[in-house]
Design a binder for this molecule. Structure first.
Ligand code: FES
Length: 112
């Protein structure tokens, strides 16, 4: 399927005080893929929820310092590009997906 698809309501990322929670990674499923979504520095980001090394699920970790962190073998990935910045050398970059907000929902495109 091409194009943007609704993946979650923005309310999934609100704190009890109604503020957007930075750095938390939530897991969703889209077109058979596990997608991690996080709010960081004013916008939403989407990426594969599975570490390219040993498939650790990032929703058990966080986004911080503009990076996605894997605590298992210390893999580090750039939040914008998915580039591997640290950890095992024999792994691929992290797939990054396009995100947009439509009303009170978050949409992700796996192809655009
Ligand atoms: S499982 Fe993520 S770096 Fe090994």
């Amino acid at each position: 399927m091409a194009g943007y698809v609704t993946i979650a309501p923005i309310s999934d990322f609100l704190t009890g005080r109604g503020e957007l929670r930075e750095g938390k990674i939530r897991r969703y499923f889209l077109e058979g893929q596990e997608i991690g979504v996080s709010y960081w520095k004013g916008r939403f980001h989407a990426f594969s929820n599975l570490c390219p090394h040993n498939q650790f699920q990032f929703h058990f970790s966080v986004v911080d310092e503009d990076k996605v962190w894997c605590p298992i073998h210390y893999g580090i990935f750039d939040l914008e590009t998915g580039a591997r910045l640290g950890g095992p050398t024999n792994i691929c970059d992290l797939p990054i997906y396009h995100v947009r907000v439509a009303g009170d929902h978050i949409e992700v495109s796996l192809t655009e």
